[in-house]
Design a protein around this ligand. Structure first.
Ligand SMILES: [Zn+2]
Length: 279
C-alpha cells in the first residue's frame, strides 16, 4: 500500500519525469474496479478534460499523490494498493488498467489498482475538499509535528476511551499519510506494542516514539520507499522492513524471541512480545 514515504518518492519521480509533457489521450475505466475512486467527472469527461493538458508539477499530501494538469485540474493518485508505472514503450503497458495516459512524446503513465486507490480528477480549486486527504490530521513530516505537538495529541486523548498506539497513528487522531505498513517498524524500534495504551507511555517512551517516527519515515523516503512497494520505474524500494509477513515465526533480530502476528483493527500487526512492551 502506498503510504506517506512512497507518496513522496513517487510524486517526486512523476515531477522529474513527466513535467512538461502534454496529454495526448487518457483512458480511465477500461477495466472497472469497485474501489477505484474517481471523483465527480465521468470517464468520458475525464478523457476530454485531460486531452491537451500539460503536467506542471507533482507533490504528495499524506498518502495522496497530486499531479497538476495545467490549466486548472489535479489528477489524484495513491493512498491505496496501486501500481503506478511510467512506460517508454507501448509493449510494456499492462493489459488491464484503471488509468492509461499517453503523452505527446509516445510515453505513458498507467495505474493498476489492487485493493483500492485513486484515479481521481478534480478542479484545482477543490483541493481543500479532497475526501482522502485528512487535512485535520498532523503531517508527521511537517514543521508542525514537534515533540510538544505530539505530546499534546497524547494528552488530549479522552480519559475514558482506550486508544492503542496503532489506533492513535492510523485513525484517531491519526497522522496524515500513515497506515498499517510503516507503523510496524516504527513501533518495533520504539519498543512499543501496537496494542499498547498510548496514555500509558512514559515521557521517555513518548520521546523515543516521536524520534523514531521521524527517523524511520525519513529513512524510508531516502531509500526510495519500503521494499514492499515499487516506484514508477517498476523498481522496489530500498528500505528493508524488519517486521512483515515473511518474518513471522522467525527470531526477533534484537532478542531472538519468535515474531508473532495478529489481526487487529482491520489489518495484521507484527511484533516481538519481549521487545515491545504492552504496559
Ligand atoms: Zn525481540
Amino acid at each position: 500500500m502506498i503510504e506517506l514515504p512512497e507518496a513522496i518518492v513517487l510524486s517526486k519521480q512523476i515531477k522529474d519525469t513527466l513535467k512538461g509533457k502534454v496529454v495526448k489521450s487518457a483512458i480511465r475505466g477500461q477495466y472497472p474496479h469497485k474501489f477505484a475512486f474517481t471523483g465527480k467527472f465521468s470517464d468520458k469527461e475525464f478523457s476530454e478534460l485531460l486531452k491537451g493538458k500539460t503536467i506542471k508539477k507533482s507533490w504528495a499530501n499524506g498518502n495522496v499523490i497530486l499531479v497538476h494538469l495545467d490549466p486548472g485540474y489535479l489528477l489524484s493518485l495513491g493512498c491505496g494498493g496501486e501500481r503506478i508505472l511510467y512506460h517508454k514503450k507501448e509493449k510494456t503497458l499492462p493489459k488491464k488498467h484503471q488509468l492509461l495516459v499517453e503523452f505527446d512524446d509516445q510515453t505513458y503513465l498507467t495505474v493498476t489498482i489492487s485493493g483500492w486507490g485513486e484515479v481521481r480528477l478534480l478542479e484545482s480549486k477543490d483541493l481543500d475538499k479532497h475526501p482522502h486527504i485528512f487535512f485535520e490530521r498532523l503531517d508527521p513530516l511537517s514543521e508542525e509535528f514537534t515533540l510538544s505537538a505530539f505530546e499534546e495529541l497524547v494528552n488530549n486523548l479522552p480519559d475514558k476511551k482506550k486508544c492503542s498506539a496503532k489506533k492513535f497513528y492510523i485513525t484517531d487522531p491519526g497522522l496524515r499519510g500513515i497506515g498499517n505498513g510503516v507503523i510496524q517498524d516504527i513501533f518495533f524500534l520504539s519498543k512499543i506494542h501496537p496494542k499498547r495504551e498510548m496514555k500509558s507511555l512514559s515521557k521517555e517512551e513518548r520521546e523515543l516514539l516521536y524520534e523514531t517516527t521521524l527517523t524511520e519515515l525519513r529513512k524510508m523516503i531516502n531509500l526510495g520507499g519500503r521494499d514492499s512497494e515499487k516506484d514508477i520505474f517498476n523498481k522496489l524500494g530500498g528500505y528493508k522492513r524488519i517486521l512483515h509477513s515473511k518474518t513471522v515465526n522467525t527470531p526477533c533480530p534484537q532478542c531472538k524471541t519468535i515474531i508473532k502476528k495478529q489481526q487487529y483493527l482491520g489489518g495484521t500487526i507484527y511484533f516481538c512480545v519481549s521487545c515491545q512492551k504492552m504496559d
